[in-house]
Write a protein that binds this ligand. Structure first.
Ligand code: 5RP
Length: 229
């Protein structure tokens, strides 16, 4: 099984948690894109009804509309029943790093409010500790980026401003901010680090998602595996 197939079987497994009348947080990224398309197919076939999707980014909003999923913003719904999203790293306690797609702030706002947060990954994303392979993305107020990069050196982080691809200059988030990618030596206490990073003035949100995932569905070469907290 290749990586795309692993992502797809994880996405398919998540459909088992979807019921009529649900408000669903729609994450960002290539794995969640499979879920959004499959959810759209379910709606078209009449297998589920009265679904509302709350997208976490322009990417997921456009894809949800294209897939025939009715969408709303967070302030238009009373509650989020379930949220489904990908991740860049998952540690053994199901703490996450997210934000490669620069959508971490809306993802955290929506997913922290969900009745159930389901994470979809392929087996490459499982790590022994956070920051083993990937940096922590940090959304920052543009003017503050240099001061924050300097401040991150206290944590021995290698931090750099994320630059655009097919765009000159830095990546601009859906909220009009910059992203700093900070590679820490390792993160032993994700909750503590998540809180600490958010106390730096100018930081809008960071990509450590500690103690928030309820279920992680992993696509592996052998099939799908479900991890629960
Ligand atoms: C976007 C994210 C993504 O969910 C994460 O980067 C995983 O993406 P993919 O499924 O494409 O590997 O956090 O901000």
């Amino acid at each position: 099984m290749n990586i795309e197939e692993m992502k797809k079987i994880a996405a398919k497994e998540a459909l088992k948690f979807i019921e009529d009348d649900m408000v669903i947080g729609l994450g960002t990224g290539s794995t969640t894109a499979y879920f959004i398309r499959l959810l759209g197919d379910m709606i078209k076939k009449g297998e589920v009804s009265d679904i509302v999707g709350v997208p976490t980014s322009y990417q997921s909003r456009l894809l949800a509309i294209e897939s025939g999923i009715p969408v709303a913003t967070l302030d238009q719904v009373d509650a989020i029943d379930v949220a489904v999203d990908g991740a860049d790293e998952v540690d053994p306690n199901l703490n996450l790093i997210k934000g490669r797609g620069a959508a971490l702030t809306m993802e955290k706002i929506i997913e922290s409010r969900a009745g159930m947060f389901i994470v979809l990954v392929d087996e490459r994303k499982l790590v022994d500790y956070l920051c083993q392979k990937m940096p922590v993305p940090i959304e920052v107020i543009p003017q503050a980026w240099r001061a924050i990069v300097e401040e991150l050196s206290i944590f021995n982080a290698e931090a750099k401003l994320r630059m655009g691809v097919n765009k000159d200059g830095p990546v601009i988030t859906d909220n009009g901010n910059f992203i700093i990618d900070a590679k820490f030596p390792r993160i032993d206490d994700p909750l503590d680090m998540e809180i600490e990073l958010n106390t730096i003035p100018g930081v809008v949100e960071n990509g450590i998602f500690a103690d928030i995932a309820d279920i992680v569905i992993v696509g592996t070469k052998e099939g799908v595996k479900t991890l629960e907290r």
